[in-house]
Design a protein around this ligand. Structure first.
Ligand code: ATP
Ligand code: MG
Length: 233
């Protein structure tokens, strides 16, 4: 069976700066995979190269067996890739309801507002509040809900725990585990190793634009040298 996402030997540049130097990773269908690494390791660039914000100079990206390498962001999104961007990017002057519904792609049996509110009940009380009236945790829920409303086959999340209190990080983790349980494929980019290993069935460690480790959370925990060298544990 083809993978939900297959990245092969991806190279990407900012100008002359060779940031991604041959990144390969796989997210199986219905599987959850985490990508961890320090500031500047190349995690966001990996996501940008997958979704079409930064065209890769070499390598391939396939979504459910379909080659989308270097395609425009709307094409990659239409192929089934949902993005929860770093920093959440919730529209400040739109309400929660508008943030969730304006970019939705309704499909019979797919995600709708009711299902998002079942995942994040606290948003139900905030539907008519503007994006800039929300806490960081609520904004993160809106960002995840907005991506789900486009009915992705794989969800990419870029540091969803950033700036959140531990209780809210737990809540985001619970939601991701529920989504994983429902069979949604997930690529979780994180610096929070506890969250990354709780959600991911497999963990990739990135450093200076290359994957330096891949294994299960248990295998990572046993690799104290990897944790010390690349994750500062
Ligand atoms: N728009 C850009 N133009 C030039 N260089 C960039 C740009 N964005 C990122 N970089 C550089 O590319 C490298 C990888 O950055 P990237 O944002 O992918 O890291 P990251 O792993 O997501 O880090 P963080 O955890 O801080 O978000 C860094 O050296 C960074 O300074
Ligand atoms: Mg980043």
């Amino acid at each position: 069976m083809t993978a939900a996402l297959e990245v092969r030997d991806l190279h990407a540049y900012y100008g002359e700066s060779h940031v991604l130097q041959g990144v390969s990773l796989d997210v199986p269908r219905g599987g959850a995979v985490s990508l961890v690494g320090r500031n500047g390791a190349g995690k966001t660039t990996t996501i940008s190269a997958i979704v079409g914000f930064v065209p890769p100079r070499a390598g391939t990206v396939s979504v459910a067996g379909r080659d989308v390498t270097g395609r425009a962001p709307n094409v990659v999104a239409a192929a089934g890739v949902g993005l929860v961007p770093q920093g959440r990017r919730v529209f400040a002057d739109l309400t929660v309801r508008e943030n969730l519904t304006l970019t939705a792609r309704p499909r019979a049996g797919g995600w709708d507002l009711e299902r998002v509110l079942a995942l994040f009940p606290s948003l139900g009380r905030r539907l008519e509040h503007r994006g800039d009236q929300l806490s960081g945790g609520e904004q993160q829920m809106v960002a995840i809900g907005r991506a789900l409303m486009r009915d992705p086959s794989i969800l990419l999340l870029d540091e969803p725990s950033e700036g959140l209190a531990p209780k809210l990080v737990d809540e985001v983790g619970e939601a991701l585990l529920r989504l994983r349980g429902e069979g949604l494929a997930i690529l979780l980019v994180e610096q929070n190793l506890a969250l990354a290993t709780r959600v991911g069935e497999r963990v990739y460690v990135m450093n200076k634009g290359v994957i330096v480790f891949s294994g299960t959370p248990d295998e990572l925990a046993a690799s104290t040298d990897v944790e010390a060298r690349y994750l500062g544990v």
